[in-house]
Design a protein around this ligand. Structure first.
Ligand code: GLN
Length: 495
């Protein structure tokens, strides 16, 4: 029987940094490595459903370029040159369709590459294909994809989380050693937690959003995913940095995340103050998750960290604030999908007005969750309601940022659960949008404040046997602290 979790041996079992070293040393070619992952995809993806598109030829061509460079003895294009990657299908690419998992973009080909994609190509990282997600990155289970469900490699009856379930499942199954996700309210950290992989949401503005199909622009951030902390750090350095094509991209040095991950690998956390948020200890959290997180705090303490209790009262109001802001921005961002400029066009037979064609196209092209959010967001922004809803939510957002600022006066990093439960069953929450929204309770505050966060595997819950992620959070532009603590925690857990 096929085992869908990470293989125990062979090329597909190896971390990205090890593969990169072997490629540069001439022990493996990038073509062999890339082919091994393509084989793994071919073997497992009919069942797993992580990919919407596999670009074998393009990936192998990129691999050959790296092999030619190694043969010629030139300097590697990056520390990850030759190691292939799974790309969330929310980033536009010129050599593969970009759908955002929506029918409205079926078959859409972009005339340009996203900045992150351009950087991956320049770094010699072959792109294996585009991974599944919730339509336009809205959801918590990848079940809102218009194309297929993705399964959790640890239990095929369960979801891999969302919206970036495809990338997370691909990593957990050994279909790819590196992945790219986007995180608006938890879409990198939450699937990482549910699949036992590592996912990082960098500080808002650290990574370019140019060519990332907008979900909620003031919250969206692209980030690195992998099976260990060092690999995410190496990928972080490839994709981060200022981009003149993104007005919100910041002009400052990229935090020294690789050095921090290497430093953390010693496992020593003496002198590090780790905050434990009172409001994250809440009823409704699965016992098994609480157990794993308590153990994680004990371990961090044993590694030398000082644990401090921090109070963030406004985290209680995060749901309303996030969903109001998220939906308002969505209603505006998704107005561009009107059947005139991109992808699908319905009913344009010469008898209908442009408005009718737009209405038919949007009616057919968007799924139920996307429509729900466009309607609610439009309502929240309308005259007479704007002050009561959108503006009020922005005020709460400011208060949440203040709670974080106060907390970071007392600690260097905050730790806690990434999600309230382990992976749930496919279909379990699809008819209950609020239950789906509630699942992201612990990941939302960070996005509203624009701060960096990570989910790092913390072991499996004793009650369900499924993976639980420890969420780490840091002040803006102190992304390196996540890697220092994350790598130390990972090292401590392995001992
Ligand atoms: N689950 C959250 C939502 O549906 C977060 C999505 C995301 O981070 N892209 O909005």
């Amino acid at each position: 029987m096929t085992d869908y979790t990470l293989p125990a041996e062979g090329v597909a079992s190896l971390p990205a940094h090890v593969l990169a070293e072997k490629i540069q040393a001439g022990e493996l070619t990038s073509r062999e490595v890339t082919q091994a992952f393509l084989d793994r995809i071919a073997e497992t993806d009919a069942e797993l459903g992580a990919f919407l598109h596999v670009g074998a030829e393009e990936a192998l061509a990129a691999a050959d370029k790296v092999d030619a460079q190694v043969k010629a003895g030139g300097a590697p294009a990056s520390a990850l040159a030759g190691v292939p990657l799974a790309l969330k299908d929310l980033l536009v690419t010129t050599d593969a369709p970009t759908t955002a998992a929506s029918k409205i973009l079926e078959g859409y080909m972009s005339p340009y590459d996203a900045t992150v994609v351009k950087r991956l190509r320049e770094a010699g990282i072959p792109i294996l294909g585009k991974t599944n997600l919730d339509e336009f990155a809205m959801g918590s289970s990848t079940e809102n994809s218009a194309y297929k469900n993705t399964k959790n490699p640890h239990d095929l009856e369960r979801v891999p989380g969302g919206s970036g379930g495809g990338t997370a499942a691909a990593l957990a199954a050994g279909q790819a050693p590196l992945g790219i996700g986007t995180d608006t309210g938890g879409s990198i950290r939450q699937p990482a937690s549910l699949t036992g992989t590592v996912g990082v949401k960098p500080t808002y503005g650290a990574v370019s959003r140019y060519g990332v199909i907008a979900c909620a622009s003031s919250l969206d951030q692209v980030g690195p995913c992998a099976n260990n902390v060092l690999d995410t750090a190496l990928l972080h350095e490839v994709i981060a940095g200022h981009d003149e094509f993104d007005a919100t991209s910041v002009e400052r040095e990229v935090a020294p995340v690789v050095a921090a991950a290497r430093e953390g690998a010693s496992g020593d956390l003496s002198g590090v103050r780790i905050g434990r948020v009172t409001q994250f200890d809440r009823p409704g959290t699965q016992d098994g998750v609480n157990e794993v997180i308590s153990r994680a705090f004990s371990q961090l303490e044993a590694q030398g960290a000082e644990i401090v209790e921090v109070d963030c009262p406004t985290f209680e109001d995060v749901m309303g604030a996030y969903y109001l802001i998220q939906m308002s921005e969505v209603s505006s961002n998704l107005a561009r999908f009107d059947g005139m400029r991109y992808g699908l066009r319905v009913g344009d037979d010469g008898t209908r007005s442009a408005e009718e064609v737009m209405s038919l196209t949007r009616g057919e092209g968007f799924g139920a969750e996307v429509k729900r959010r466009i309607l609610l967001g439009t309502y929240a922004l309308s005259v007479g309601y704007y002050d009561a809803y959108y503006l009020q939510a922005q005020r709460v957002r400011t208060l949440i940022a203040r709670d974080f600022a106060r907390a970071f006066e007392l600690c260097d990093v905050i730790a806690g659960p990434a999600v309230p439960q382990t992976a749930f069953k496919l279909g379990e929450k699809v008819d209950d949008p609020l239950a789906m929204y509630n699942f992201d309770l612990f990941t939302l505050p960070l996005n509203l404040a624009g701060l960096p966060g990570m989910s790092v595997p913390a072991g499996s819950a004793p009650d369900t046997g499924l993976p639980v992620g420890l969420q780490l959070m840091a002040p803006a532009f102190a992304d390196d602290r996540l890697y220092r603590v994350g790598a130390a925690f990972e090292a401590g857990l392995g001992r």
